[in-house]
Structures are given as C-alpha cells and as structure tokens.
Design a protein around this ligand. Structure first.
Ligand code: C2E
Ligand code: MG
Ligand code: MG
Length: 406
C-alpha cells in the first residue's frame, strides 16, 4: 500500500540524513563523514526522485545540491515545500555565495527549514564540524542507548485523560498511555525522539510490551479504587505482523480480571504496514475479541483512505495539526467537520486530539465529535496525578464538563 493522502508530512526520523546530489563522489564523501558522526544515511542521485525520497524516508537532515541536471535544486526546493518536508536542509553549490544566499531566502519563503549553506569545493573539516553541530542539535539518542534504557527500567508511562461527549457535556472516560524516557543525562525525553529509533532498531516490541503491561496493571489499580476507565495504547504499525498479538493481549487483560473492551489500540500507520492481508487478519481478530482499534494521526504521513476503507477501525483520531487550526482557519473547520462525518458514515467514532481551548471544544461539540483529549483538560501526567485530576474540579469549563463518571 502506498501513501495516498498526505496533508502534512511525516515527522522527521531523528539521526537520519538524505544526500541529494548527482555527483557520486560528493555523495560518497558526505556519506562517509555523516556515517562516522552516527547518522543513518541514504542518498539520491536523480533530482527528479528527490522529493519522493524525502517524503518516503522523512530524514531529519537533507543536503541538497543546487546544480543538478534534470530539474535543478530550486525546483527541488519547491517540490519539498509542496510536500511540507520538515527536515533541516543544507544547500550546497559550486556557484557564487550570492546564488546560495538567494536560494536560501527563497527556501525560507517556501517555509522550509534551511540550516545552512556549503560552497563547493568544501574541505572535510568544515563538513565534519557542521555535521557534528547538527548531531548535537538533534541530541541524537542511539538504539544502544535505548536498549540500555529499557534494561535499566528508565521508560515511564504517563496518562492523558480522554473525554467523551454526552450531549453538551464532556466526561472523562479514559486515558491515553504515552511513553516517556527518564534519561540519566537528558532528563525526561519525549517519544518523538525515541519511538522512531525503537521502530528502526527492533526495540519497539519490547517497548510496547512494557507500556501494555504497565497500563493494564494501572487499569486494574484504578478499577480497584473505583474508577472504571478505558486505556488507549499506541501500537506501531510495525507490530501488526505479530499474529500472536490478539491472544496475548486478551490473556494479559484477563489475568487482571479485565475485558478487552477496556483497551483501545491506536494504530499509527507506517511503511511497515506493507502486508495488507496480515494487517487485516490481525485487526479483524482484535475486533472480534472485543478490542477497539483506532486509526491514529489521521490525515498525516502514511494514513490513507484505502486503509480507512478496508480495515476494521472503530475510531478515527483526527490529527492535532488540524484541530489546533480550528480557531484560525475555515479550511481546518471544514476538514475537521468532514472527518467527523466521514468517521460516522464508516461506523466509527471520531476522536479529536489537540483540544487546547474552549473555542475548539465548542466547535467540536457542535460538529458532533465523540471523544477528545488536549491541554484544555490536561497534558499526559504521571499516574499519581491522574486520580487527583479526576477527583478535583479541574475539568469544569464553561461548557459544563463534569468530572469522571463511571
Ligand atoms: P499520539 O499517539 O498522536 O499522541 C498524542 C500526542 O499529542 C501526545 O504527544 C500528546 O501529549 C500530544 N497532545 C495531546 N493533547 C495536546 C494538545 O492539546 N496540544 C498539543 N500541542 N499536543 C497535545 P507525545 O506524548 O509527545 O507523544 C507523541 C507521539 O509518540 C504519540 O502521538 C505516539 O505516536 C508516540 N508514542 C507515545 N507513546 C508511545 C508508545 O508507547 N508506543 C508507540 N508506538 N508510540 C508512542
Ligand atoms: Mg495515539
Ligand atoms: Mg495522534
């Protein structure tokens, strides 16, 4: 299955680089310096393929040669902008400084993130210094760091309340489990910085099992304290090849006296969901067993209408990038309303992420959105703080949301 609907691009993958240059010698040179620094490097020798490569690989850093046969670097900049590529870009050219400066200005007006320019011929020390700085900028964490972090028990799970609409009122019905890494040097590291590493290195299975175990145990503890909540857990598309998953999950829950309807599995699509038959098999079995399955981050990256049409999702999560625009953009309002309707027509519930203010909440109430989460209610918090939030009045707003009801 290929990308069908890309409204904004995928998040850049930390520690990855794409070299776009028609000169094989330069590609080899940049690659050797970047790999020594620790970057995971891919390259592209044809300018015509550059924008697709950037979209597919979502690199954190791009080096782009401005003078290439076929379509030139300026045209490539336009294409990168059209695909909303979010990498930090270094422009490279043998032409005079003024051309580089103008190209850089143009890229800024196209909303691209130009990190610097390099004039050919450049010496290796200059390139090395620049890439070392870039590496520090990214605070890149490696797969080995993550493995050790998991072994040392440095992963923690925080919980963001999810609210459900009852007419005009919004009530806490559950949480989304969101993983953080309590790193010895970097402090609390957010998932965008390490989930991609986990996916690339194969550690995502161990990470997900940890989050599932923690969350299910937590659900049981909340239940014992009189709070009947559901929990949403993020399952990487990369794990949907595991045929044992539905049975394993059901067993984990029943061990704690819980039923599958307490867990919502949020699937973020990745290129790894390449086997539609297998994905359909696993998702269908999850649904048959009584789990809810949500399509996360709908509208960005790999999410596609085709998946929505063919796979048995029970919830559509509208990506926060659209929800956050609701107050400012008529297009965002049209899109979000249409997505709520689309979800309902497909027999799914609609969930909005990124509810940051009352205006957004009011709009979603009118649009008939079913569930949501956002900083208006609470960010993700450690487990000890959640009960306090539920029991306090922190959730009352002018729209008369009430605290948790079982
Ligand atoms: P997600 O699953 O889409 O989770 C929602 C993200 O939006 C969370 O970011 C949450 O803190 C943030 N958010 C919620 N409400 C608001 C709001 O009102 N405004 C804004 N600006 N942001 C809001 P977080 O915790 O940084 O997680 C980022 C992503 O990392 C998650 O996106 C998910 O894709 C991934 N992730 C987190 N934990 C796990 C995990 O255990 N496994 C996997 N595979 N991925 C995970
Ligand atoms: Mg999610
Ligand atoms: Mg999401």
């Amino acid at each position: 299955m290929k990308t069908q609907t890309v409204l904004t691009s995928r998040k850049p993958q930390p520690g990855t680089m794409l070299i776009i240059d028609d000169d094989a010698g330069i590609r080899g040179l940049i690659r050797s310096v970047a790999e020594r620094q620790g970057f995971e490097v891919t390259d592209c020798g044809r300018s015509e393929d550059a924008a697709d490569a950037a979209e597919e690989r979502a690199p954190a850093v791009i080096t782009l040669d401005l003078s290439m046969p076929g379509c030139d670097g300026i045209e490539v900049l336009r294409q990168l902008s059209a695909k909303r590529i979010r990498a930090r870009i270094y422009l490279i050219s043998g032409l005079c400084k003024r051309v580089l400066a103008t190209a850089s200005d143009l890229a800024h007006t196209l909303d691209l993130d130009v990190a610097g320019t390099l004039r050919k011929p450049f010496d290796i020390a200059q390139l090395r210094a620049l890439l070392a700085e870039e590496w520090r900028f990214e605070k890149v964490l490696t797969a080995a760091d993550l493995r050790h972090g998991i072994e040392r028990g440095e992963l923690v799970v925080h919980y963001q309340p999810r609210v459900k609409r009852h007419g005009e009122r919004w009530v806490i019905s559950g949480v989304e489990a969101l993983c953080r890494w309590q790193h010895a040097q970097h402090g609390l590291v957010m998932p965008d910085a390490f989930i991609p590493i986990a996916e690339r290195s194969g550690a995502i299975g161990a990470l997900t099992n940890y989050v599932l175990r923690e969350t299910i145990e937590q659900l049981a503890r909340w239940e014992a304290a009189g709070h009947r909540l559901t929990a949403s857990v993020n399952i990487s598309g990369a794990l949907l090849g595991d045929l044992e998953l539905p049975d394993r999950l059901a067993t984990m829950l029943s061990t704690h006296g819980l039923t599958p309807d307490r867990l919502i599995l949020e699937i973020t699509e990745t290129a790894a969901m390449a086997d539609p038959a297998l994905t359909m098999d696993i998702l269908t079995r999850l649904r048959v067993k009584g789990f809810d399955v949500a399509m996360d981050d709908f509208g960005i990256g790999f999410s596609s209408m085709q998946h929505l049409f063919r796979l048995p999702f029970s919830e559509l999560k509208i990506d926060k990038s659209f929800v956050l625009e609701i107050s400012k953009s008529a297009n965002a309002r049209t899109l979000v309303s249409a997505l709520v309707e689309l979800a309902h027509n497909f027999d799914m519930s609609a969930c909005a992420e990124g509810i940051e203010d009352e205006d957004i909440l009011g709009f979603l109430t009118d649009a008939g959105c079913d569930t949501g989460q956002g900083f208006l209610f609470s960010p993700a918090v450690p487990e000890q703080e959640l009960i306090g939030l539920i029991e306090s009045d922190a959730f009352s707003t002018s729209q008369d949301k009430v605290p948790h009801s079982a």
